[in-house]
Design a protein around this ligand. Structure first.
Ligand code: SF4
Length: 723
């Protein structure tokens, strides 16, 4: 029987999870005026929990309730910390997360083999001491996309006044390629559309993403699009069941009929061969004279370069390179030329390559060719991961601040910032691996597991003398790569527990206000308060008084004063007026480039480097996980119950003499995964998939030179029957 995404199973799963955490607690948490804690699509805030910016209600999904499930846990009993690090490392990622909430600061001295609980005053003194004894250039500061704008702003200011621009965030492992590509082609780095535009488009390209599992509420919009006669083109090497057919829990009619078809056309190029496909589409568009000449001449430049480049390419060679047929190519071009309003959306299937920026620049080419940027109901939509990953970048958690933000911080806050270029995430870990980092602060996230080449990552972290973590629950980063140095872990409030309101920015550039205010564990503290306390201790003579920043409103006023487009943040807690970041949505073709014109690019596809390995590995996430957090082992849409599995094409299994369910070994230049269970799956030959973060023992540290994003989705590997 064909697997259908969503459906009553998901409703029952959601209810089951809600029952486990208590129906009253769940209802209170989900109904409160807080931004959803999971994906970047955005939900909740002042319009009410489970409500989106179009006032559509209820918009609950299993991802949002999964995110609640770990927060609504009791504190970890103190006796647990009698166990050694080795005992903790024996637990699965799921078991670690489900030990409970971290309720007290815990500390491990250099060389000790276990944590002990410590008091808050001692912990804050120790945190300040850990940085005070080190030279700022031998430190780094990192944030996940879960933290608030307020916490992110104080973190980056603390780092910079301390003396380093080594400030980065998790987007250097996900969408940094997007920011680089969009800045280079259209002059801004985020979505050009708002949620409402999806309701008006007639064609939606969904490239390198699996929103059925990672942005579930988007599927409702795609089904609506199909029902009004529009088309969805999915481009993804894996035939994801949830993108073939999905039963939207919000739509009774969809549930009753066993789901709606999502993809009108499903293209499965070889892993990493997208530019060949995009070039073929562009070439046929030009040959058919199906480009928007008026738009191109009025609003773009370098079209001639692109034409010249395309003229030198052979369509049949491009198709052989990407594995797509002539018939499919013509079908997709026809769908595009028939469309009056097209949206291009993409995920990490585009960014996790050494040519991630080039990939996205080519998507921009396609949109510009038919004038599909800079108008209503059409445009570019990066599907962002965590609920505030975009906001964290907006307010300055990055190694290089925009010049205007940099100078405004200096002028308006009366401070002097360091001028040396900061290091991105992987560069900071390279520095640590070389033994040149003495202190690091990691707010949220799971940096060890998120980093490619796991053994190397553990060693890099272990080389840091003093590590300060801030978290709600324990994960592998707190127990791996911590043996040698000092490690201090501080327990923080979840978003809905913040004592004062916080703000978050969605992937549509929509800024929400979260009320917070739920008191579950009295002993945890706000990230903002912790950072302000450390700042006051570490930099008592700084030009700004960090203790003032304990008031979130003061932080928002500072952000509003220095970050263009965020002016409405200053009184958002009084006005309760959520807003779009200024100058982001592009409903007219006014591009923020020096000449006001968007730019075509003409890169060649990336030739695959010669390798003794015959297969290409894509690392993927499951239905039961969010980023590196594993909520459940099962990957229901793909029909896999064991994460220690590898997805393979049937012809490859036959050639290896392996049957579905047999065990295989997968080896890269970096490591080996032994005894993976083979799962027959619809994906191109010589392309295999295994779960992230486990597969990070195979991924290499090869980076996209333009965005510094690791190539999590094009790793050369060999596969053999298990020995
Ligand atoms: S789609 Fe994303 S933002 Fe919306 S409820 Fe689900 S997890 Fe939350």
């Amino acid at each position: 029987m064909a697997v259908v995404g969503g459906g009553t199973k998901k409703i029952l799963y959601t209810l089951k999870t809600a029952a486990q955490i208590g129906l009253l607690d769940s209802a209170r948490a989900l109904g409160a005026k807080n931004t959803c804690k999971a994906c970047g699509l955005g939900m909740g805030g002042q319009r009410g929990g489970m409500t989106n910016e179009l006032d559509e209600f209820p918009s609950v999904c299993n991802k949002s309730i999964q995110a609640q499930s770990t927060d609504i846990q009791r504190p970890i009993p103190e006796a647990i910390f009698q166990h050694s690090l080795e005992d903790f490392r024996d637990l699965t990622a799921h078991e670690l997360e489900h030990l409970g909430r971290l309720g007290q600061p815990i500390y491990k001295a250099a060389g000790d083999d276990r944590y002990r609980t410590v008091g808050w005053d001692w912990a804050l003194d120790r945190a300040a001491h850990g940085f005070a004894k080190c030279a700022p250039e031998r430190s780094f500061f990192y944030s996940s996309g879960r933290s608030s704008n307020e916490a992110g702003f104080v973190l980056q200011l603390l780092a910079r006044l301390y003396g380093t621009n080594n400030v980065s965030n998790c987007s250097y492992y996900c969408h940094q390629a997007t920011s680089e590509a969009l800045a280079n082609t259209i002059g801004t780095g985020t979505s050009t559309i708002e949620l409402e535009d999806i309701s008006g488009c007639d064609l939606f390209f969904l490239v390198g993403a699996n929103p059925a599992s990672n942005h579930p509420r988007l599927l409702h919009k795609l089904i609506e699009l199909r029902r009004r006669g529009g088309k969805v083109v999915v481009i993804n090497p894996l035939k994801e069941p949830g993108l073939v057919r999905f039963a939207a829990p919000k739509m009774a009619s969809s549930l009753i009929k066993g789901g709606d078809e999502v993809a009108s056309l499903y293209l499965q190029p070889f892993a990493g061969a997208d530019i060949a496909l995009f070039s073929a589409i562009a070439k046929v568009l030009v040959e058919r004279n199906a480009v928007d000449e008026t738009f191109i001449s009025a609003h773009t430049r370098d079209f001639g370069l692109l034409q010249q480049h395309l003229a030198g390419l052979q369509t049949s060679e491009l198709l052989a390179e990407c594995g797509v047929s002539h018939a499919q190519l013509h079908e997709v071009v026809t769908a595009y030329t028939d469309s009056k309003a097209t949206i291009f959306a993409w995920g990490m299937g585009m960014t996790h390559h050494c040519h991630g920026v080039n990939n996205i620049e080519w998507l921009c080419n396609l949109a510009l060719l038919r004038g599909m940027v800079g108008r209503r109901n059409a445009g570019l939509l990066p599907l962002r991961g965590h609920s505030n990953v975009q906001g964290i970048g907006t307010i300055g958690v990055k190694p290089v601040l925009p010049e205007q933000v940099f100078s405004r911080i200096e002028e308006r806050l009366g401070v002097t910032l360091p001028r040396e270029e900061g290091k991105h995430t992987m560069a900071s870990l390279e520095q640590a691996h070389a033994g040149d980092v003495d202190a690091a602060l990691m707010m949220g996230g799971n940096l060890y597991e998120a980093t490619p080449d796991s053994d190397w990552a553990a060693q890099a972290l272990d080389n840091i003398d003093f590590k300060l973590y801030m978290t709600t629950t324990l994960n592998r980063s707190h127990v791996t790569g911590v043996a040698a140095g000092e490690s201090l872990v501080l327990p923080v409030c979840a978003r809905d527990e913040e004592p004062e309101p916080t703000t978050q920015e969605s992937m549509f550039n929509y800024v929400r206000l979260s009320d917070g205010g739920i008191n579950r564990i009295a002993s945890v503290r706000s990230e903002v308060a912790i950072l302000a306390d450390i700042g006051a201790r570490l930099l008592p003579d700084a030009a700004i008084d960090f203790s003032e920043f304990k008031q979130h409103r003061k932080v928002r006023q500072a952000i509003a004063a220095v970050v263009p487009g965020m002016e409405a943040l200053a009184d958002i807690d009084v006005a309760r007026q959520e807003f779009y970041v200024g100058n982001r949505l592009l409903h007219t073709p006014r591009f923020q480039m020096a000449d006001g014109r968007a730019r075509f690019v003409a890169h060649k596809g990336q030739a695959t480097p010669a390798s003794a390995h015959l297969f290409t590995l894509l690392s993927i996430r499951s239905e039961g996980q969010f980023n590196s957090i594993i909520y459940e082992e099962e990957d229901s849409y793909r029909g896999i119950s064991d994460r220690w599995s590898v997805l393979m094409n049937v012809a490859d299994l036959l050639e290896l003499g392996v049957a579905e369910g047999d065990l295989v070994d997968v080896q890269s230049d970096n490591g080996i995964m032994k005894g993976l269970r083979a799962k027959c799956f619809d994906l191109p030959p010589r392309c295999i998939a295994a779960y992230y973060p486990e597969a990070n023992c195979l991924t290499t540290r090869a980076l996209d030179p333009r965005s510094h994003t690791p190539q999590f989705k094009s790793v050369p590997v060999s596969v053999s029957a298990a020995r």
